[in-house]
Design a protein around this ligand. Structure first.
Ligand SMILES: Nc1ncnc2c1ncn2[C@@H]1O[C@H](COP(=O)(O)OP(=O)(O)OP(=O)(O)O)[C@@H](O)[C@H]1O
Ligand SMILES: [Mg+2]
Length: 360
């Protein structure tokens, strides 16, 4: 089992760092400093090298130092061998009216494809923002899934890029008066990429569900139980033809709403307290505003979603369990230990839960 390590990091016009260089020793590293000193910025830069995006879900341009026209991040790292990745983003220095562009270099080779960079430094981030994966909408959970699978499988990342391009074309087409031929061509692209994505997600969920539930139990000493479920209009889709048929079924609605209403970009991921959610819908069974449940309306016993019933600490526990499961899952699949980037996360946990996490 190899160990991923970041050995050196150079920042240029990245957040508050005009120019900064760091060297890291082996083992556990603590970064200390006042509020606003740039601690999270260092983790964000390493995350960027690993999965090409900010884990703060900031836009690329937010990471450019104010007043500058580009940023550049370079990292020397060690997995089985030593490598160097550089990512720059901004306008062409010679032409400030040029479009903002992101560029990747690997071991000095310029203009590498993103799919050839993502996941080279496998990493897992634990940050206060993880709460959004648990408590936010389904897009947050899809993002988590997509990021994890993209780091593990460059082909998944490529399929996602392919899918997003096709989806954009399709929404453009739906906004005009599309002819049958255009839609059929775009649908074929969507179906191709869509089944590839679906297949990997389906393989992932049950494999991941076990370590996730185990971690929840471990951190909460057995008092919390949460499960993961994946649902959507793609649930009956197995082949590319099934995917096409699903798109066909949605077409009338799509034309009316001028958007693609069915597909992997709309699938939902639930964290629930055991059992199945009713018809895949969020189990938002609540009383009226004053808390009373209208009489005569029996409450069906559907499992509750953590985002509606979980306490702050329970949600935090689930978020931690998720990231710990990501860590072990990636380690097992890659046969390499990812870099673990931990930002302040212990605040909402009681002492017992803190201790279980620190054991981990
Ligand atoms: N695009 C930018 N240009 C210039 N400065 C920025 C930019 N984005 C963020 N900053 C500043 O960079 C500084 C470092 O932020 P960072 O989040 O890394 O601090 P931190 O050390 O993690 O602080 P805390 O302890 O509060 O979490 C902050 O002062 C922030 O306002
Ligand atoms: Mg911080």
């Amino acid at each position: 089992m190899s160990l991923a390590r970041v050995k050196a990091l150079k920042l240029h016009n990245f957040r508050n760092a005009e120019k900064a260089e760091y060297e890291f020793s082996d083992g556990l590293i603590f970064i200390t400093g006042n509020n606003g000193a740039g601690k999270t910025t260092i983790l964000e830069a390493i995350g960027l090298i690993s999965f090409l995006k900010s884990f703060r879900s900031a836009l690329d341009r937010d990471m450019i130092k104010s007043g500058a026209s580009f940023f550049r991040v370079e990292a020397d790292f060690l997995t089985t061998d030593a490598h160097r990745i550089a990512i720059s983003y901004g306008r062409n220095p010679g032409d400030l009216s040029s479009a903002l562009a992101k560029k990747y270099a690997f071991d000095g080779r310029q203009n590498e494809k993103a799919a050839n960079i993502i996941g080279r430094v496998p990493s897992v981030v634990l940050s206060p923002d993880d709460m959004r994966i648990i408590a936010g909408d389904h897009a947050e959970r899809r993002r988590f899934l997509d990021l994890l699978l993209s780091m593990l499988y460059p082909a998944y990342f490529a399929a996602l890029q392919h899918y997003q391009r096709a989806l954009k074309l399709r929404s453009q087409a739906l906004k005009s008066r599309p002819d049958e031929g255009v839609l059929t061509a775009v649908d074929r692209e969507l179906a191709q990429a869509g089944v590839e994505i679906l297949e990997k997600r389906r393989q992932f969920i049950p494999e991941f569900a076990t370590p996730f539930s185990e971690n929840v139990a471990k951190i909460s000493s057995g008092s919390d139980t949460w499960l993961i479920q994946y649902k959507g209009d793609t649930s009956a889709v197995k082949t590319r033809d099934d995917y096409l048929a699903m798109l066909k079924e949605h077409r009338a609605t799509d034309l009316r709403l001028r958007q693609t209403t069915g597909g992997i970009h709309r699938d939902r991921i639930f964290f629930t307290q055991g059992g199945e959610t009713e018809s895949g819908q969020p189990s938002a069974i609540r009383g009226s505003a004053d808390g009373a449940v209208s009489s005569g309306n029996r409450i069906p016993s559907v499992p509750q979603e953590i985002r509606t019933v979980g306490s702050q600490g329970q949600k935090r526990t689930a978020a931690l369990a998720l990231k710990m499961a990501q860590f072990s899952y990636m380690r097992a699949k890659l046969n390499a230990t990812p870099v673990l980037l931990i930002d302040d996360i212990l605040n909402e946990l009681d002492l017992k839960r803190r201790a279980s996490f620190i054991d981990f």
